[in-house]
Design a protein around this ligand. Structure first.
Ligand SMILES: C[S@@+](CC[C@H](N)C(=O)[O-])C[C@H]1O[C@@H](n2cnc3c(N)ncnc32)[C@H](O)[C@@H]1O
Length: 293
């Protein structure tokens, strides 16, 4: 339906009135806000441009771009892929189809880690770094820390490095390819870390089919699937934790719905003390923080 939309000779205000029902018909939850975001992008600014430019006529190039991206969004291409970025921890992160889009839920992990680590750490390890959002958010708060982001995906690592550079954190952040499924994956580090964080893939295989189309069809599967019960990566990473964390060091995991108790159990069986389980803004236990005794 929206594939043949044309916005030629329409003002910004008129185009807005055309877009909103199109996105609504595609079951987009917030069609007004998303229309403003798409129009703002076309106008070369943010959503605030829409009001300021409402009486201006779109150029032919702007009309074509708008038609293209409204079409994409109504086919449920994620907004972050269309805009190429997402805000996280008040920082802008480049996002591509090779990286998980940073989620507000993950800010819960960042917050919980920041509040459970004292004094500020020197060395941080982020396992499954994706865009680098967790590591870079922590480095933005801990000005003397150095961090390593690990991912199995070369393409994700390239995006994370771009993000580190654009936030001028690349002097303190490095990114390395590694795979926690491989034996001896921890051997590459001779010095332990003060903090290890991870938001690993945690969706049980059987639940993948029921995810929103925006996620299921566009986010990388390797960032989502956590095996039959969703807990494979937690077990695997925890197996390596004793050689990765210094005594008194802290581990922080993001967890999926109903996984906090299981993940706390995995940590305790490996000799860690659970310091806190923190809920996200929706009241779901979302971050489990442990300490090496
Ligand atoms: C849920 S995403 C998290 C991305 C980012 N940290 C965030 O919070 O937005 C999980 C990440 O783990 C990576 N990953 C999956 N399996 C891995 C493995 N065996 N070894 C290392 N990284 C892995 C994926 O490529 C993906 O970037």
């Amino acid at each position: 339906m929206s594939d043949h939309l044309t916005f030629e000779n329409l003002t910004v205000g008129e185009a807005q009135r055309v877009c909103v029902p199109v996105l609504k018909a595609a079951n987009i939850d917030e069609p007004v806000m998303e229309t403003r975001m798409l129009l703002g992008f076309v106008l070369g600014g943010g959503p605030e441009r829409v009001l300021a430019d409402r009486d201006n006529t779109l150029t032919s190039q702007q009309s074509k771009l708008l038609s293209d991206i409204v079409g994409q969004r109504s086919h449920r291409v994620p907004m972050s892929h269309i805009l190429g970025q997402r805000e996280f921890w008040s920082m802008i992160f480049k996002v591509t189809g090779d990286t998980l889009t940073p989620r507000p839920d993950t800010e819960t992990l960042v917050e919980a880690v920041l509040e459970n680590v004292s004094p500020p750490p020197k060395r941080i390890l982020d396992l499954g770094t994706g865009t680098g959002c967790i590591l870079l958010a922590l480095l933005s708060e801990w000005g003397d820390a150095q961090g390593v982001g690990v991912d199995v995906s070369d393409k994700a690592l390239a995006v994370a490095l771009d993000n580190a550079q654009s936030h001028k954190l690349d002097v303190r952040a490095s990114f390395v390819k590694n795979d926690w499924e491989q034996s001896e994956w921890t051997d590459v580090w001779s010095e332990p870390f003060d903090v290890v964080v991870s938001n690993p893939p945690y969706i049980p295989q059987a639940d993948i089919a029921n995810l929103d189309v925006d996620v299921r069809d566009y986010e990388p599967m390797s960032a989502l699937v956590g095996g039959d019960d969703g807990l494979d990566a937690y077990r695997r990473i925890t197996d390596g934790l004793n050689s990765l964390i210094s005594p008194g060091g802290v581990v922080g995991f993001e967890v999926g719905i109903d996984q906090a108790g299981d993940v706390a159990g995995i940590l305790e069986r490996a000799g860690f003390r659970v310091l806190e389980t923190r809920n996200d803004l929706g009241g779901i236990p979302r971050a489990v923080i442990g300490c090496k005794t």
